[in-house]
Each structure stands twice: as structure tokens, then as C-alpha cells.
Design a protein. Structure first.
Length: 237
């Protein structure tokens, strides 16, 4: 049988397989596997934990883009590092703790991009990493700026990735859909055991994070992907 050394996957794809393994009380039994590599979507902390439990190896997350103006990867300590030998990176401050990622390519002789605004946001760290590498550290990669919700009262809402944490036993996946005018829908693909109490708990947790809005849970058979096949944790109509 095929026994991979590394599994490379979208976080949403490997999360579904990990959830199935964990729910069944099983673990991956390949002997050669040394790590799981994720990319192209934001990796939530609970997804990382679930995948590491199911596969018995560390998850290494990677951030990049087609324009190749910035690269960020995690080390064996689980910390994000900006790979400054790949490109020149600047962080533009925003209204909150997140910064917009701006990059200058060092590896594109045909059409170098200078101070290219990626539209992606990160939370800088600045603390040294126990791994000993000197690359700057990042606390978290948040994602695209257009996926940060601005409410009618001016509040800017981001970091909604923890809404579904703690419900992974009964959820396959979940998505926050913003329909405008402070109305949210929590789309969920449920597993056996998901109850009305779980539904109420999700609503209560969401309102604790984003008070004063309208929110409901919608159970769906599947959550549609974007044209590129990627899972969008926050969707905006």
C-alpha cells in the first residue's frame, strides 16, 4: 500500500478525515509519515490539534500566494516564521492588532513586484522562537481583508475561527455566512449526535463574540467551495 512520508492538504479536507478518525477512535497507521503539511486556507488551532491527534505527527502550515511576494511557514515548535530570505516583507498597521502583509519579490526577474499589497492580514509576534531560527515570528495568519466583516455600527469583526471549537465531535465542518445588515448564518454539516442543545450553544457562543446581531444555525448537506476549490470560513453575500 502507498505509505506517504508527507501528506499535503487543504485544512478543511484533512480536517474532515481527522474528524472521522477521531470520532471512530482510530488513528492513521502508516509507518513512513513524518508530518502533515497544510496550505491555501487558514488553519484553525482546533483543526491542527484534531489532525495531530488523528495522524500522530506534527502539522506544518504554509502561507504563500500566486504572486510570490511573501512566504510564511511553521517550524517544529508550531510557530509561524516570515521567510525573509524569500522576499522583502513589510507589515502595515490596521485599526486592530492585525497588520496587512506587503511584499517585494526577490525571485522574479521577469516581473518583480515592489511593495505589493496582498490583501492578507497577519498578527505579528516579535518574540524569539525556541527553534533558534532568526526569521521574524507571526502569531497567526488571519486571511483576506475582504473576509473581515464590517457591521453597520462600524464594528470590524475578525477571528471568528473559534466559534466552532469544542463542537468538533458532532460537526464535520462549519462556515460563518454574513448576509449584511448585521445578519449571520452559521452553516453546519453535522455528524451523528448533533442536537438542538449544540445549536443553541453555537448561537450563544457567537453572540458572546459578536453581541447585538441576528444569528441562526442552518444545517446543510455540504458547504460550497469557491471556484478554486478552497473552503471559505467566512462567506459574504
Amino acid at each position: 500500500r502507498f505509505d506517504p512520508v508527507v501528506i499535503h492538504a487543504y485544512p478543511s479536507s484533512i480536517a474532515a478525515l481527522a474528524a472521522w478518525l477521531n470520532a471512530a477512535g482510530r488513528t492513521y497507521r502508516g509507518r513512513a509519515l513524518r508530518g502533515v503539511m497544510t496550505s491555501s486556507e487558514t488553519l484553525a488551532p482546533d483543526v491542527r490539534a484534531a489532525v495531530e491527534q488523528a495522524f500522530g505527527v506534527k502539522v506544518f502550515d504554509w502561507y504563500g500566494q500566486a504572486e510570490r511576494v511573501a512566504a510564511i511557514g511553521t517550524c517544529e515548535e508550531g510557530r509561524y516564521h516570515v521567510l525573509t530570505d524569500y522576499s522583502g516583507v513589510a507589515l502595515l498597521e490596521t485599526d486592530g492588532e492585525a497588520c496587512e502583509l506587503v511584499g517585494t519579490s526577490l525571485n522574479n526577474a521577469a516581473m518583480p513586484l515592489v511593495r505589493y499589497r496582498t490583501g492578507d492580514t497577519v498578527i505579528p509576534d516579535g518574540e524569539p522562537c525556541p527553534c533558534g531560527r532568526v526569521f521574524p515570528t507571526i502569531k497567526a495568519v488571519i486571511g483576506r481583508q475582504e473576509k473581515i466583516v464590517t457591521l453597520p455600527d462600524g464594528r470590524i469583526i475578525a477571528r471568528l475561527d473559534r466559534i466552532f471549537q469544542g463542537h468538533d465531535r458532532h460537526l464535520v465542518e462549519g462556515q460563518v455566512l454574513y448576509r449584511g445588515d448585521a445578519e449571520f448564518v452559521l452553516r453546519v454539516v453535522t455528524a451523528d449526535g448533533f442536537s438542538d442543545a449544540d445549536e443553541r450553544a453555537l448561537v450563544d457562543k457567537f453572540l458572546l463574540r459578536v453581541p447585538g446581531v441576528h444569528v441562526r444555525v442552518e444545517r446543510v448537506a455540504a458547504i460550497p467551495r469557491g471556484p478554486n476549490g478552497k473552503f471559505e470560513f467566512i462567506a459574504i453575500e
